[in-house]
Design a protein around this ligand. Structure first.
Ligand code: 7TS
Length: 414
């Protein structure tokens, strides 16, 4: 039986985020840019401070009490992320500084070792630059070719085209779980299944998914899954890569340095086991530990609840935004296939002007190409405005957005 998640107590959630006590030009802060980065709850802020105040030491090398505490907390955070993603073990989790670094790790390590002339890398038209550029760099070095799955006019992946493009030459499919512009949730499970049939591996960019929906990497069946800690209530400089252990074990190191070795002579180095082989140098320790606390925070609320709240907010926003004459919304995926991201334009007002106008009302939205220039080209726009929601947003904030947009249309005389 499917039970409906209990409703989120948004006011109780908001109280845990100190930033919402702030006012901007006398107005309450309305933060609608969580797709860029999320706000942080007190427990995450405290976890970072507590590390520096009580047990700041390097990990995996100290023989004294506080170093042991730091190592234990760092490894406990890895375990929490493994559980959060339902990874089979914590050895499958590599700490990175975010999604960008996680994708670069796979491109340089797996890609360099496994791609050659004649091979193909399959991307999609809705990728963020961080899931395009690393593949181009590795394609140039290996002679592999990039192919791109187009989107439909509704902003969904064209799955017929995907199947046509998925030939035996494709060695890796790199696809975003949720689009940071259209909000589209891609059928990653089906993509993995089909890709595996032709022997390709799949990297899922989870930057916009892991913070917002329950993610189960084993159910998805992906080979790699990348996420950013700062988009899921964690600190900047935190993130993770999930990789299937056999793949991680077979891959060469990404960066060389301390921590990732077993023995070093000037002639030869042997490497540490996974995941440490991929964590060269002193990692962002406080950030990783606080990311673990962010995972605790999200889990205690419940990812199902967070998702349900965002579905409600997004449906409400899509409905109310229709009242704003001259608005164009990009992407029309149905609610079950859509995350809490809405990209739009208002008449021919430049999105940057719109963002500046909204800022005067204390409303933060993003304007620009959202690091997805190929998608902008497909949508035939140079830029868009974008509102994105998270567990702390309320219908009142959406009302404020709608009213401010109506005022903007008047102000700009359009
Ligand atoms: N992939 C997707 C789908 C993203 O949305 C982003 C960041 C990244 C990768 C890169 O994440 P990072 O943490 O390594 O930078 N997206 C956005 C955005 O939409 N606005 O600002 C950053």
């Amino acid at each position: 039986m499917i039970t409906k998640p209990t409703e989120l107590d948004v006011e109780a959630v908001r109280e845990q985020f100190p930033i919402f006590r702030r006012t901007i030009r006398g107005k309450q802060l309305i933060y609608l840019d969580s797709a860029a980065t999320s706000q942080k709850p007190q427990s995450v802020i405290d976890a970072e401070r507590e590390f520096y105040e009580r047990y700041n030491a390097n990990v995996h090398r100290g023989a004294y009490r506080i170093a042991e505490e730091a190592t234990a907390a760092y490894e406990a955070a890895r375990e929490k992320i493994a559980r959060f993603l339902n990874a089979p073990s914590k050895e499958c989790i590599v700490f990175t500084r975010g999604t960008t670094e996680a994708i670069n790790l796979v491109a340089y390590s797996w890609g360099w070792a496994n791609l050659k002339e004649g091979d193909e890398i399959l991307l999609t038209e809705m990728e963020h630059h961080s899931n395009i550029v690393p593949w181009q760099l590795i394609a140039q070095r290996t002679g592999a070719k990039i192919k791109v799955v187009p989107i439909t006019d509704d902003g969904l992946l064209d799955m017929d085209a995907f199947e046509r493009l998925l030939t035996e030459q494709v060695k890796i499919v790199a696809v975003t779980h949720v689009s940071n512009v259209l909000g589209t949730i891609n059928p990653v499970r089906e993509i993995c299944q089909k890709a595996h049939e032709v022997g390709a591996v799949v990297l899922v960019d989870g930057a916009q998914a892991a913070p917002h929906l329950p993610v189960d990497v084993q159910a998805i069946g992906c080979d790699f899954y990348a996420l950013s800690g700062h988009k899921m209530c964690g600190p900047t400089g935190s993130g993770a890569l999930y990789g299937r252990k056999e793949l991680l074990e077979a891959m060469p190191p990404f960066m060389g340095g301390g921590e990732m070795i077993r023995t070093v002579t000037f002639e030869r180095t042997t490497f540490n086991e996974v995941p440490y082989k991929f964590e060269a140098g002193t990692p962002p320790i406080a950030q990783a530990i606080a990311l673990g606390v962010a995972v605790d925070f999200l889990t205690s609320i419940g990812m199902e609840q967070i998702r349900a709240h965002e579905v409600e907010l997004t449906s409400y926003a899509l409905e109310r935004l229709q009242e704003v004459s001259g608005i164009t919304i990009y992407g029309s995926a149905p609610p079950e296939q859509r995350g809490g991201v809405i990209a739009f334009n208002l008449n021919d007002i430049h999105p940057h002007d719109l963002a500046t106008f909204l800022d005067a009302h204390g409303i933060c939205i993003r304007a620009g190409h959202h690091c997805a220039q190929p998608l902008m080209r497909r949508l035939n726009v140079a830029a868009t405005a974008r509102a994105s929601f998270y567990l702390y947003n309320t219908p009142d904030e959406i009302d404020a957005l709608v009213e401010a947009l109506k005022e903007a249309a008047k102000f700009f005389g359009r």
